[in-house]
Design a protein around this ligand. Structure first.
Ligand code: SF4
Length: 404
């Protein structure tokens, strides 16, 4: 039996793609091994959101070339025309739109692919990711993603409903909806739909599995999604990763985010009024022209808004984007200091959120044993990580536990 491994960089949309690739190759009779082991084919699912992500992707490709007969590179680092800057010799580039070509490449390299007769033996099915759309047409001034992922394409609703029904039948307890710009699902369809419609269809066509949204942009966010969270607390997790990026309206405008701080905050407060709600966000620092005054505005907003986690990035120039041409770039050292400052503020915010939830009970999806202890650990519906006494029989179950 031929073997493969997958290395995934970047966001949950890439993780969802990697899961689909894994399913495709296992269905073709291949065996999946952990990344790093000697395999016939190593897949590297790249991310190109920052220069640092490009560097990590290339490093991973070089490492896998030492371990695999064939290396296939895909993900956001590969454009629709199949290009990737600096691709080492011996690796094949396949754009995310052409994944089916991977089987042809493997057959051409004499790696046997066929049909699997083996049952899928993955144990402790916990969380599955499904991607419901591709592409983005928002063109934030710093972001390369619309150039590499192309226009918004919503995946077919009935097809997605079948997928979630299958995942529930397969025993998954939680399904995470991902996309490049998740809030855009359905908006280009005829008749026009929205993400709340899709989630509603998922809820009515399954019976017990719970759903979680991964990152949802504030722009195009359907407010009725928050009503659904309120109406179906056991089925739709009260967690939102709502990217803020900055709190200064001047910077938000230059970033072309399409909202003001007041508009963002109105949505955030609406969500935070859902019982048990917990919010996380992305912050982009050192954007061209960012001043200490902008930092003060950001710090003040973060101090008064209960975020469980801040994902803090330094701005990174991406050739081809509008912000790359801005003259007032922030020095690297200053970006680094600002990142450290906001990370520290995020830690304090997390502590405040945790202390508000301590002692309360939440349904926790148990994911792992804590080595060397009699504890298990998992993720509550509202995304808070929880550890509590337990054993292997709890893995993959949803158990009501006290947040400590
Ligand atoms: S919404 Fe903005 S940040 Fe998100 S993928 Fe689109 S362009 Fe990039």
């Amino acid at each position: 039996m031929s073997s493969f491994s997958i290395s995934t960089l970047g966001c949950r949309a890439n993780q969802a793609d990697s899961e689909r690739l894994s399913q495709m190759l296992r269905a073709a009779g291949m065996q999946e091994l952990p990344a790093g082991e000697a395999v016939d084919c190593a897949l590297v699912n790249t991310c190109t959101i920052t220069a640092e992500a490009d560097r990590k992707s290339l490093k991973m490709i070089r490492r896998r070339l030492r371990e695999a007969r064939v290396v296939i590179v895909t993900g956001c680092g590969v454009t629709e025309r199949g290009g990737i800057a600096g691709l080492p010799e011996g690796a094949f580039a396949v754009s995310p739109q052409e994944h089916k070509r991977i089987l042809d490449i493997l057959a051409g390299e004499n790696i046997s692919v066929g049909e699997s007769s083996e049952p899928d033996d993955r144990q402790h099915r916990t969380r599955a990711l499904i991607r419901v759309q591709d592409g983005c047409d928002h063109f934030c001034s710093y972001c390369i993603v619309p150039y590499v992922r192309g226009a918004v394409r919503s995946f077919d609703c009935d097809e997605l409903v079948h997928q979630v029904q299958r995942l529930e039948r397969d025993g998954y307890k939680e399904i995470v909806l991902t996309g490049i710009h998740l809030a855009k699902w359905g908006l280009e369809l005829e008749p026009r739909r929205d993400l709340a419609y899709l989630v509603g269809r998922f809820l009515e066509s399954t019976s017990a599995v719970r759903f979680r949204l991964s990152s949802v942009e504030p722009i195009s966010f359907p407010r009725s999604l928050i009503d659904l969270m309120r109406e179906c607390p056991e089925r739709l997790c009260p967690h939102l990763h709502l990217p803020l990026q900055h709190a200064s309206d001047r910077i938000l405008k230059r970033m072309r985010r399409g909202y003001t701080l007041d508009e963002y905050d109105e949505l955030a407060q609406m969500f935070l009024s859902v019982p048990g709600a917990c919010m996380t966000t992305d912050i982009l620092l050192g954007f061209p022209g960012e001043t200490e005054e902008d930092m003060d505005i950001l710090s003040a907003y973060l101090e008064r808004t209960p975020y469980y986690h801040l994902h803090v990035f330094p701005y990174s120039r991406r050739p081809g984007t509008a912000a790359n041409t801005y003259k007032d770039q922030v020095p690297e050292q200053l970006k680094k200091e600002r990142v450290e400052r906001i990370i520290a503020l995020g830690e304090r915010s997390k502590e405040r959120v945790l202390s508000a939830f301590r002692g309360t009970k939440r349904p926790v999806l148990v994911e792992r044993l804590v080595p060397g202890t009699d504890l298990v650990t998992g993720t509550a519906d509202n995304y808070i990580s929880v550890s509590f006494p337990g054993d292997a029989s709890m893995l993959g179950q949803i158990i009501c536990a006290v947040i400590s």
